[in-house]
Design a protein around this ligand. Structure first.
Ligand SMILES: Nc1ncnc2c1ncn2[C@@H]1O[C@H](COP(=O)(O)OP(=O)(O)OP(=O)(O)O)[C@@H](O)[C@H]1O
Length: 287
């Protein structure tokens, strides 16, 4: 069974006003348990509006959202437990840190879930390790930390709730290249360790290509596709028409393919690095 399913999901901002805007338009989607998916689309294509339906932050104007087969909004009292099941990390989550210590900040979500102290402590230690926060940092004020570290704390706070689905809206935005790598690497590690469903909204095709195995493309409020990374990058001409730059390495491989160098499917899974390219070219020219 799909962990997230939508049926004709539609959301309209400002309905009945002159500012009416259909932000999500009849989206039918099934996301399987364990998928690690990138959500891409140009600015204003509906990515954030779509994901905010998955934990009941937004109520569909029409259509339905199911989490683990349960239709959201049928029973409002159940929404709280859905929010524990589907963790949402907003852009710049570090602005929401407020506790005196890093430890207390990460503990906030698990405490709200009503877990006992021992379980909270176990989760905090496990999550801190996963996101690379050392013991010495745990009793510091989050405000003493660097920007990248603050973001780790904020993300760890949601991870410690052990949601079945973790959704992150632009988790690397505003960080320098090293910081981006670290945050994305840590999310990849989390997925590997937990096997939970992870959705990563990003403007950067390079970030997406290197990390996920599925891609959801939004275009003009509609779902363009939800498919394996390799298959989506195969549609590079259509993506470019939508203003979505295909990662450079993929583009190079596409051009080489058009020139008669057939390097097979795996190049679209974006195994970065010139060694692969040289290896493939070497093998081709040796034939
Ligand atoms: N609160 C709001 N009120 C009115 N219109 C909104 C609101 N939030 C978003 N919109 C509009 O809905 C459409 C979809 O916005 P959304 O933020 O979901 O897109 P996005 O793909 O996440 O964009 P970005 O990549 O810039 O974050 C856009 O046209 C946007 O202007």
């Amino acid at each position: 069974m799909a962990v997230i399913k939508t049926e004709d999901l539609t959301y309209v901002y400002g309905d009945g006003t002159p500012f009416r805007k259909v932000a999500v338009d009849h989206v039918n989607l099934e996301i399987e348990k364990g998928d690690f998916a990138g959500v891409i689309g140009h600015t204003g294509s509906g990515k954030s509006t779509l994901i905010q339906h998955f934990n009941g932050l937004l109520k569909p104007t029409s259509g339905s959202v199911y989490i683990d087969g349960e239709r959201l909004w049928d029973d409002k009292a159940r929404l709280r437990s859905i929010r524990f099941k589907v963790g949402l990390v907003f852009q710049y989550p570090e602005y929401q840190l407020f506790e005196e210590t890093v430890y207390k900040d990460i503990a906030f979500g698990p405490k709200n879930m009503g877990l006992d102290e021992e379980e909270i402590d176990r989760r905090i230690k496990e999550t801190a390790k996963l996101v690379g926060l050392s013991d010495s940092v745990m009793q510091k004020s989050p405000f003493e930390l660097s920007g990248g570290q603050k973001r780790r704390v904020a993300i760890a706070g949601v991870m410690a709730m052990e949601p079945e689905v973790l959704i992150l809206d632009e988790p690397a935005s505003g960080l320098d290249p090293k910081g981006r790598e670290q945050i994305l690497g840590m999310i990849k590690e989390y997925h590997k360790a937990k096997g939970n469903t992870v959705l990563l909204v990003s403007h950067s095709m390079e970030d997406i290509a290197r990390n996920v195995n599925k891609i959801l493309v939004m275009n003009d409020s509609k779902l363009f596709c939800y498919d394996d990374t390799a298959k989506v990058f195969h549609r590079s001409a259509e993506l470019e028409k939508m203003g979505l730059a295909v990662p450079q390495v993929t583009r190079v491989f596409s051009r080489l393919k058009a020139m008669g160098f057939d390097m097979g499917e795996d190049v679209y899974t974006v195994k970065f690095g010139s060694s692969l390219l040289l290896d493939r070219l070497g093998r081709k020219s040796a034939k």
